[in-house]
Design a protein around this ligand. Structure first.
Ligand code: GLU
Length: 498
């Protein structure tokens, strides 16, 4: 880009919308940032405009280069890709320091800004009240630049600044409430308010769509646009995102990193769809729609100004639907990371992809997060099941040992009509009936003995895949444990109690 005050001479560029996403690389990529990026991307895609990515990296005490990589890879995961013709950048705010300083100098030269050497304490001593802000003491002192002197913007004394905000209904701000704010620090470096405006001008941004927390900055920034001889952009301040207690999502309290959701096995498409609905709805009560359709229907004016609830249950339900919409081979591919180190609790030698393929259709119809795949299939690959104590205690009640012993005998019978889910089901049903138990109750101890858990894939299909030998070995191990527990319990009975 060229200069802060250079107006575009290309009429086509003037006509097409130019939006931007301007994250500060100070932490993990926040779901709120992801929503901002997507809304801007949707506008650019819909209107054949341009989406500029600008990394606001001027806060050197908080910025880390690895966060920049995190932003780029998270955006790629959301489908906002550098290869798309609508994508421009990334630009780095730090690289524009020259034109930002130039703009500050111009404002000073034109009398629109002035140097100030007041300390905070001196201002407070004069105003006696923190709330009123700067009192304009240096406005007409004619100070030149010297190390330590801040540059302040001279705000109008009267009138009002009206902001065209597509979401907020064009709020107006009385200028008398706007203090003469600092635009460059005592060391000459421009502050956020100015750097952000100069970059937006330089990048020919026509619509600034960003988080609501920046709304109070907007009248000041609009005055800067005008003072720099530019027509201000349209604004759109998106609603805050809150948790179930209606508190603003915070990285200290809530799970906010996009990466964490993806690592849990939220499919990027499901995440994109869900984020697009944070504060906006496509209409007709439809929610699950392909991105292209969301883009087609998107209207900034329809974004709700009230806070948007980040509903993890709803996101998970969405994800379940997206998983169901995959084919089984696609599902298997998507599960890939969780089937191997470091996510999988089994070794590469223990894993068997044919065994996985045999149960993949069963898992495909039930998991809501891809990470759930490991606990659904671990019994197939580990030498012994992961025993969940709670499941054990609930399933191994009185009568369980006798039932399991009879199931074991029936399954070990050489006359069994085969090792298929159907035969296994009939066998357990018959043994259950002999014990006065319905199938639901009778299969619980079998399930826990074999898989370690009360909840999981359909039992008889699981046993079929696990095979006769391993099933019997696990029932034996459970019986041995039950006998041991029974022996220990009877030893604990105090002498003479019987
Ligand atoms: N860098 C700012 C932030 O991350 C964004 C400023 C803007 O969008 O104007 O909050």
């Amino acid at each position: 880009m060229t200069s802060a005050t250079d107006t575009s001479t290309d009429p086509a560029a003037d006509a097409a919308v130019r939006v931007r996403f301007a994250p500060s690389p100070t932490g993990m990529f926040h779901v709120g940032g992801a929503r901002s990026a997507l809304f801007n991307w949707a506008v650019a895609k819909q209107q054949a405009g341009t989406f500029v990515l600008r990394i606001e990296d001027t806060d050197t005490s908080r910025n880390q280069p690895e966060w920049v990589d995190g932003i780029l890879s998270a955006m790629e995961a959301l489908g906002i890709t550098k290869d798309d013709p609508a994508f421009e950048g990334p630009y780095f705010q730090s690289e524009n320091a020259g034109i930002q300083k130039e703009a500050a100098q111009r404002l000073f030269a034109e009398g629109k800004a002035y140097y100030c050497d007041c300390t905070r304490d001196a201002v407070l001593a004069r105003t006696g009240n923190q709330q009123t802000g700067y009192d304009g003491f240096c406005r007409d002192r004619g100070l030149e630049y010297a190390e330590g002197r801040a540059l302040r913007f001279r705000t109008p004394d009267d009138g009002e600044t009206r902001v065209v905000d597509l979401i907020r209904g064009n709020p107006t701000f009385p200028n008398k409430n706007l203090e003469d704010f600092v635009i460059a620090r005592g060391n000459g470096s421009p502050v956020f308010l100015l750097a952000n405006v100069v970059d937006d001008i330089d990048e020919h941004i026509t619509l600034v769509m960003r988080a609501e927390e920046h709304l109070p900055n907007t009248p000041k920034q609009q005055l800067l646009w005008e003072a720099l001889g530019q027509t201000p952009p349209q604004w759109a301040h998106m609603p805050v995102i809150v948790n179930e207690k209606r508190q603003k999502l915070s990285k200290r309290r809530d799970k906010v990193a996009l990466e964490d959701y993806l690592a849990e096995g939220v499919l990027p498409d499901a995440m994109v769809n869900y984020l697009m609905l944070l504060g906006w709805a496509p209409g007709n009560d439809e929610e699950i729609l392909p991105f292209d359709e969301l883009v087609r229907r998107f209207r900034v004016e329809d974004i709700n100004s009230s806070s948007a609830f980040f509903d993890i249950k709803k996101l998970t339900a969405f994800n379940g639907e997206y998983i169901r919409a995959l084919s089984v081979p696609e599902f298997t591919t998507a599960c890939g990371p969780w089937l191997h180190a470091p996510y999988a609790p089994w070794t590469e030698e223990q894993f068997d992809s044919e065994v996985f393929d045999a149960v993949a259709p069963l898992a495909h119809s039930r998991v809501a997060l891809l990470s759930e795949i490991t606990s659904n299939v671990d019994f197939l690959f580990l030498d012994a099941p992961v025993l969940d104590e709670d499941s054990w205690n609930k399933a191994m009640k009185a009568g369980a040992a006798e039932l399991l012993a009879d199931v074991r005998t029936a399954l070990a019978d050489p006359a069994l009509a085969g090792w298929t889910a159907e035969v296994l089901k009939d066998t357990v049903t018959a043994v259950g009936e002999a014990h006065g138990m319905k199938l639901g109750k009778a299969q619980a101890p079998v399930r826990v003995a074999v898989t370690g858990r009360r909840i999981g894939l359909p039992l008889f299909e699981s046993l079929e895949v696990l095979g006769r030998e391993r099933t019997l070995t696990r029932i034996d191990a459970a019986l041995a444990r039950l006998t041991e527990t029974a022996a220990r319990t009877s030893e604990e009975v105090p002498a003479g109690a019987e």
